[in-house]
Design a protein. Structure first.
Length: 167
């Protein structure tokens, strides 16, 4: 159960990073704003971001029960397949809430502009290329931070050596 909660928390945490969180004092968005936000979330690929959440949680549950009793593997697989089918529509609850949250952060006018942007050729390219650019940027940042850390440690050693300490 703890594994499932951690998995769900990780996915939901990623969602909040991607889509932000609703402030408690935000006004309730209109149906039009929510509809535009749903379209934006879909165009940005947000709806597919959660596609693996339900199957992942089900597989975690199956693995937990299978670990407790490996002899139940076949029956657990059958139940897991049924649950994936039965519970798949529940992803709509999550997608709807993400869109609602998104709609609380933008006015209808802003949502209309965002929707036009994400439907445009450059918006579609942004959606396709941004994850790659972010991944490359993160890889560069990781490499850079490792080199920077080495430099900082070297400088610590140099400065501490001047003070008579060997680190």
């Amino acid at each position: 159960m703890i594994v499932m909660n951690r998995f769900a928390a990780a996915v939901l945490g990623a969602a909040l990073l991607v889509f932000g969180h609703a402030a408690l004092a935000q006004p309730k968005p209109s149906a039009e704003a929510i509809d535009m936000a749903k379209q934006i979330v879909t165009l940005k690929g947000g709806d597919t971001l959660f596609a693996s959440l339900i199957p992942g949680v089900i597989e975690q549950g199956k693995a937990m029960f299978e670990q407790q009793n490996p002899a139940l593997g076949k029956d657990l697989s059958t139940v897991a397949a049924k649950l994936r089918t039965d519970l798949a529509p529940r992803v709509n609850e999550l997608n709807d809430q993400i869109a609602r949250t998104y709609a609380t952060h933008f006015t209808e006018g802003e949502l209309k502009e965002l929707l036009a942007f994400y439907k445009s050729p450059v918006g579609r390219k942004m959606t396709a290329e941004e994850p790659k650019a972010i991944q490359e940027g993160m890889m560069f940042a990781q490499e850079w931070s490792t080199k920077f850390s080495d430099e900082v440690l070297r400088k610590f050693r140099e400065e501490m050596k001047k003070k008579g300490h060997d680190l």
